[in-house]
Design a protein around this ligand. Structure first.
Ligand code: CAA
Length: 389
């Protein structure tokens, strides 16, 4: 009899700064209703000059190590689509910052916003092989589009760290999974660019097609019926997308679109994403954090996940919330991560958006803007230098 395997602990981190959508709307003359209602976003996390996916990831993972220690963690999977190096895994910097043992395998995974789910599934395989092991899966991303482009309002940044183990305290991940891949150019970022390219409407269509595709496979693999689920955690590039996706799924499966039922199934999953913005790989797990920290009693209930990564790959899977999960959630720390952000005005946001590390191989100190535990202090001879406070 296989032990239950899944998410034992979850910790999130986000940036030093935040830009409210009201400031963006005032700058570009957009009716605020388009942001607040049309896409369902209120503010977006903005990284400081001395923050990157590594500092966010270390901040997210540190509380897990503080609580559980590093015993049994033999694998660290770092999922991102805003990679800082073409060769070295960002996970190695995190491994170093957290003082993890040398007897660890570390790897970075990429498939747009989907990769953390691949990491989670690979982690489950490793734990199934040896249930005494734990795997640290970290999703960390900074979403950045060109200034004054339609994507600008859907930026954001965050990291989520998941400790995957046997007998998990939060969520037991179930078999089967429904998976789907299609070669589409809806969203991509060539190696020579640091902002993403996107065909907005095509990306929404591609997402909806992927929802159909992975749901179809999920049912063919013998998955649960749609009405079994207490809630649905969708990838949320903007929170309205979850509603579009869910309506599409109800329609596709021949269910009447009951707006009240859709709202009940999704409303508790959007809290963090509404105020953080798109965090790519982390987004679907921020949806889980919101859900688990909501007032709903979810003990023993099945929850659905729809993880989507442009390009595209999607996976539909289910988890059952562990009894007693309420004592294992980090609500206070997570809310603090959101409320501690300092609001910037539009001009400061624009300046931060344009900040780049020079590629000349010289010595460059970054401006000290962060107040958290980890910072990117400098670039020296093309090497990133991180410090701990
Ligand atoms: N009051 C209320 N609603 C309003 C409004 C107002 N005053 N003005 C407009 N709206 C509504 C519109 O009707 C529309 O709603 P519907 O989609 O339900 O019709 C919504 O606000 C957005 O308006 P537009 O479609 O005109 O917005 P846009 O063309 O400027 O851009 C976007 C929207 C395509 C999402 C753009 O922000 C974008 O390109 N974002 C990046 C790509 C993205 O996030 N794609 C999502 C799928 S891909 C994915 O999931 C992977 C990923 O993470 C990137």
């Amino acid at each position: 009899h296989d032990p239950a395997i899944g998410i034992h602990d979850l910790s999130l981190a986000t940036t030093e700064f935040v830009l409210p959508h009201t400031a963006l709307a005032a700058h570009n003359g957009t009716d605020i209703g388009k942001y607040h209602v049309g896409i369902g976003q209120r503010s977006m996390s903005v990284p400081a000059a001395d923050e990157d996916i590594v500092t966010l990831a270390a901040s997210a993972a540190a509380p897990l190590i503080a609580t559980h220690g590093s015993d049994g963690i033999r694998t660290l999977v770092f999922a991102t689509e805003s990679s800082i190096d073409q060769a070295k895994s960002a996970g190695i910097y995190v491994h170093s910052l957290l003082g993890l043992p040398s007897a660890t395998r570390v790897v970075e995974l990429k498939q747009a916003c989907y990769a953390a789910t691949a990491g989670l599934q690979f982690a489950i395989g490793l734990v199934r092989r040896d249930p005494t092991q734990k795997v640290l899966v970290i999703a960390s991303d900074i979403s950045r589009y060109d200034l004054d482009s339609p994507g600008e309002a859907t930026q954001g940044a965050a990291a989520v760290a998941l400790l995957v183990s046997a007998d998990p305290a939060l969520l037991r991940i179930e078999d089967p999974s429904g998976v789907f891949t299609a070669d589409v150019m809806d969203f991509w970022r060539p190696n020579y660019r640091d902002t993403a390219l996107v065909d907005g409407q095509e990306s929404i269509t591609a997402y909806l097609q992927a929802v159909e595709g992975c749901w179809k496979d999920y049912t063919e693999q013998g998955g649960r019926a749609l009405q079994d689920f207490a809630a649905f955690c969708y990838h949320q590039p903007f929170t309205k997308m979850a509603y579009k996706a869910h309506r599409h799924l109800l329609n596709y499966t021949g269910h009447a679109t009951d707006e009240d039922a859709a709202r009940r199934a999704l409303a508790d999953t959007t809290g963090y994403n509404t105020v953080i913005g798109n965090s790519y790989t982390a987004s679907v797990y921020l949806a889980l954090a919101s859900l688990l920290e909501s007032g709903q009693d979810l003990a023993g209930k099945p929850v659905a996940f729809l993880s989507y990564g442009s390009g595209s790959v999607a996976e539909f899977f289910a988890g059952t919330v562990a009894p007693g999960y309420r004592t294992a959630v980090r609500t206070t720390a997570h809310q603090q991560a959101v409320t501690r952000r300092r609001e910037v005005d539009y001009a400061t946001y624009r300046q931060l958006h344009a900040t780049r590390l020079p590629a000349d191989g010289g010595d460059h100190a970054t401006a000290e803007q962060t107040t958290g535990a980890f910072r990117l202090a400098a670039l020296r001879g093309h090497k990133r230098i991180y410090t701990t406070r």
